[in-house]
Design a protein around this ligand. Structure first.
Ligand SMILES: NC(=O)c1ccc[n+]([C@@H]2O[C@H](COP(=O)([O-])OP(=O)(O)OC[C@H]3O[C@@H](n4cnc5c(N)ncnc54)[C@H](O)[C@@H]3O)[C@@H](O)[C@H]2O)c1
Length: 321
């Protein structure tokens, strides 16, 4: 069994177009029903703001692995100087169940999450090409920072400006890379939101706060899932989810839209519709699109396959008995 840690993944590097490709190939497995993925259980005890989630899946095609991600989220950790999330992934050979890899780092999950957003951006750019796009990222934790890297790498010169906002403030020294000079720190979410062509939530907001009209034709990536008030439905009907059954629970914005505004699965499109059935092109060009990803185990397994193959070909990682 190959053991990989964060340093190993960093040696392999963050190659966003490649990890987005890995997610895209998993979406084709979803389309072909060549996967299995039970609803993920949430383990909670004592302080109910904490959770540990087990994400389990088999993905066929060229990925052909089963696996589990065991990911703990303790929002108070940040005040203890610890990361909010800790995660371990175990991958099993699809045909024998033999464990082939253990990947002990939340970075895998972070890369998977930003790559799913990257896939949405890839399809958004196909149907709505951008010039001097304004991008906004809310929350400057690991998820926000990696979204920044991903979006800069995928969009390059199509970006005019990136606005960042975090309730804790943002140290300018933490902003690095080729889009540094095009990056500004906003004073409020509203300042960044009003004219954002791509608005990305990566917060741990306790309550939804986005209550204004999004820019016409924009892409809203609701990565942190609990940021939009249900009034967003007054401004768009273009709602996309990764998996309705997963995302319509746990007090997500989608569950609130379901309970308060009667949003049903049939009113939404899925990530499969986007990739395999050109769903983004079916919306009027000026209608904002809101994507809500609960996070799917199949995408963790696909990202795990990517890093396992890379590690083997580069001779990275530790073989365990
Ligand atoms: N949908 C998915 O697949 C998926 C996967 C992984 C993580 N996530 C979510 O992404 C979010 C961020 O993860 P992280 O590891 O970076 O968390 P983190 O706690 O390390 O960082 C979150 C940051 O958001 C800031 N913040 C909190 N409320 C805010 C607000 N209202 N406006 C602006 N900033 C605010 C905090 O100050 C903090 O710096 C979490 O909610 C997590 O659950 C989603």
């Amino acid at each position: 069994m190959l053991y990989l840690n964060e340093k190993d993944l960093l040696k392999i590097g963050l190659h966003w177009n490649e990890t987005v490709d890995a997610i895209e190939s998993a979406v084709h497995c979803l389309e072909k029903k060549d996967f299995s993925q039970p609803i993920k259980p949430y383990l909670r005890y004592r302080d109910l703001t904490n959770r540990i989630i087990a994400l389990i899946a088999f993905v066929g095609g060229k990925i052909n692995l089963a696996g589990i991600k065991w990911i703990a989220s303790f929002p108070g950790n940040i005040d203890r100087g610890l990361p909010r999330a800790h995660s371990v992934v175990i991958l099993n050979e699809a045909d024998t169940g033999v464990p082939v890899a253990t990947i002990n780092t939340a970075l895998l999950s972070i890369v998977r999450t930003a790559s799913v957003s990257g896939l949405m951006i890839r399809y958004f750019l196909k149907t709505r090409p951008q010039k001097n796009a304004k991008v906004a990222i809310m929350g400057w934790g690991p998820i926000g920072r990696h979204h920044y890297q991903m979006v800069v790498d995928l969009m390059k010169d199509q970006i005019g400006q990136i606005a960042l906002f975090d309730l804790r403030g943002i140290d300018p020294a933490t902003i690095t890379g080729p889009a540094k000079d095009r990056t500004v720190v906003a004073k409020s979410w509203q300042e960044a939101y009003a004219d954002a062509d791509i608005f990305i939530t990566c917060t741990v907001s306790k309550a939804p706060y986005v209550d204004a009209k999004p820019k016409a034709g924009s892409l809203q990536l609701n990565c942190s899932l609990r940021d939009y008030k249900t009034s967003i439905l007054d401004h768009t009907k273009a709602i996309i989810v990764d998996d309705w059954e997963e995302v319509c629970r746990e007090k997500t914005d989608i569950e609130m839209m379901h309970l308060d505004r009667g949003l049903q699965e049939k009113d939404t499109k899925s990530i499969v519709d986007v990739v395999c059935h050109d769903a983004m092109a079916s919306y009027p060009k000026d209608e904002p699109i809101l994507f809500n990803p609960m996070g799917m185990a199949v995408f963790d397994v696909a990202t795990g396959r990517y890093y396992l193959d890379k590690a083997k070909s580069l001779g990275i990682g530790l073989e365990l008995e």
